[in-house]
Design a protein around this ligand. Structure first.
Ligand code: GLU
Length: 502
């Protein structure tokens, strides 16, 4: 039977790292086995679900390169793929469970349930529903209905039963039904248009069954839901899928990954300028290991080697430094035009490029990106690195840079370079390299006494790309202007001090 897996997000917020990792593992598993990857939207939490969140999640999946064969937006033989559009099916199977005696109507109010819960807690017992409505007869039910109570449907959990799960990641896991109270499978009419709506544990089973899901690969936090789901499979005489629960992702302090640890949503990483290639590579290594030294993998390489056997039972630790390292690597090694395309919006937003970028602007930006990309950890950093080229005026950035300009030889160095540039005509990296070599020879100072003042005069900074890379990008006119301005400013400072250093 061909592999069919799914990613089933609840659209209650953006796609987080944990969810994205589940989606990735499912996608890889499907692709590895030539199977199908389905995206289903679990929107039965009517209050917290929104179409906006759904769109964000789907956009994030697309951005990561995780395409789906069936599902929301794509369609397929099991349409629709949004749970609120599948209510008829849940109601149908709820009816079956009711008719076969596996489920019953419960009329307990929220207040009654809260009291029961408190009583159990006070006794030191695990709170659960004790089955007050389990054996109501018709007239008792009628009376409760007459009081205006709206029932929910609860699943009747069998007594004295142990549920065994052969989890592909966690091995054999057992649950004692004694610890599981009868749980709600259909909520009472919550919405005047939609009517009664299933709970997650029920809808997920109906959908996984109808969609012929073979493997359920999801986060460890759903392990405790699994026995509740298995009971429903059994009650409906359906074959259950194979389960694989992937471990939690922990922050660097080994507590559960949360907002405290920094960005958790994929869209945040996207906005910061992380590359989808780096995110995918990084997330693949959160819990899965390739079994060798190699750590750099593209999506297409991963789909050839991914296997659930190598998914670890122990929690994965989110290591931002590793993500940064991977991202920097992808920025350095990817095609320059691709990286340029990613950088342009950031440069536009910074006001360095016009809204309608022309060919010349694009070419200059490409050059700036070529010479600075080795220093970028993420794409948004391009703004800070490109600033020296776009700033209208050279601004001396710090005391260290200021100190460089105080050198006695500086005016002479700047003058000599200005002279050379003025007469050079065409400027390219080789020409500048030769020019600097010649300048060093002619002036007879050490290289540092020449390069540092030039760098500060041209950029205001003591670090950045090589001088021979900076000057051709600035071009002859701007280079000469910047040198001139610095020479003037040094002279006027010296005059103020009454010195006659020329
Ligand atoms: N809607 C559930 C969630 O977002 C899906 C769980 C599952 O994969 O079964 O956590």
């Amino acid at each position: 039977m061909s592999v069919r897996v799914r990613f089933a997000p609840s659209p209650t917020g953006p796609l987080h790292i944990g969810g994205a990792r589940s989606a990735l593992f499912n996608w890889l598993f499907a692709r590895r086995h030539g199977g199908e990857f389905i995206v289903r939207v679990e929107d039965t939490d009517l209050e917290r679900s929104s179409r906006e969140a759904e769109n964000n999640i789907l956009d994030a999946l697309k951005w990561l390169g995780l395409d789906w064969d069936e599902g929301v937006g794509v369609g397929g033989k099991n349409s629709p793929y949004r749970q609120t559009e599948r209510l008829k099916m849940y109601r149908w199977y709820a009816g079956e469970l009711l008719a076969s005696g596996h489920a019953y109507h419960c009329y307990c109010t929220t207040a009654e349930l809260a009291t029961e819960r408190e009583t159990l807690l006070a006794k030191g017992t695990m709170p659960r529903y004790l089955g007050r409505c389990r054996n109501l007869n018709d007239s008792e039910r009628q009376q409760l209905e007459n009081e205006g109570r709206r029932p929910v449907l609860r699943f009747k959990v069998p007594e004295n039963k142990i549920i065994k799960i052969n989890d592909l990641v966690r091995g054999q896991v057992e649950f004692d039904c004694a610890g599981i109270g009868d749980y709600v499978i259909m909520k009472s009419d919550q919405d005047q248009h939609l009517g009664s709506v299933p709970t997650y544990n029920f809808a997920v089973v109906v959908d996984d069954y109808l969609m012929e899901i073979t493997h359920v690969i999801r986060a460890e936090e759903h392990l405790s839901n699994t026995p509740r789901q298995i009971l429903i499979y059994e009650a409906l005489a359906w074959k259950e899928p194979i389960f694989a629960h992937v471990s939690l992702i922990l922050g660097s302090d080994r507590s559960k990954m949360s907002k405290r640890h920094g960005a958790t949503a994929i869209e945040q990483y996207q906005a910061l300028g992380y590359l989808p290639e780096a995110m995918v590579n990084f997330m693949a290594l959160l819990g899965w290991s390739p079994g060798g030294e190699e750590e750099i993998f593209t999506l297409s390489e991963l789909q050839k080697i991914f296997s659930l056997d190598r998914v670890s039972k122990s929690p994965a630790v989110f290591d931002l430094e590793k993500l940064n390292w991977l991202n920097g690597g992808y920025i350095r090694q990817s095609d320059l035009d691709y990286i340029t395309g990613l950088c342009l919006p950031y440069l536009q937003k910074a006001g360095y490029l016009s809204a309608d970028i022309n060919a010349e602007e694009r070419q200059t930006a490409r050059e700036i990106i070529r010479v600075t990309r080795d220093s970028l950890v993420n794409i948004s950093e391009i703004v800070a690195h490109a600033a020296m080229f776009y700033e209208k005026q050279v601004i001396i950035k710090n005391d260290q840079a200021q100190a460089v300009l105080a050198g006695e030889q500086v005016p002479q160095v700047l003058q000599a370079m200005k002279q050379k540039i003025t007469t050079a005509g065409q400027l390219d990296e080789d020409i500048i390299k030769k020019m600097l070599k010649q300048l060093t020879k002619e002036l007879g100072f050490g290289g540092k006494k020449i390069f540092m003042p030039l760098r500060v005069a041209l950029t205001g900074r003591t670090s950045g790309p090589e001088l021979y890379q900076i000057i051709p990008i600035l071009g002859s006119e701007r280079t000469v202007n910047r040198l001139n301005n610095m020479i003037k400013s040094i002279y006027s400072k010296n005059r103020e001090r009454g010195s006659s250093l020329v």
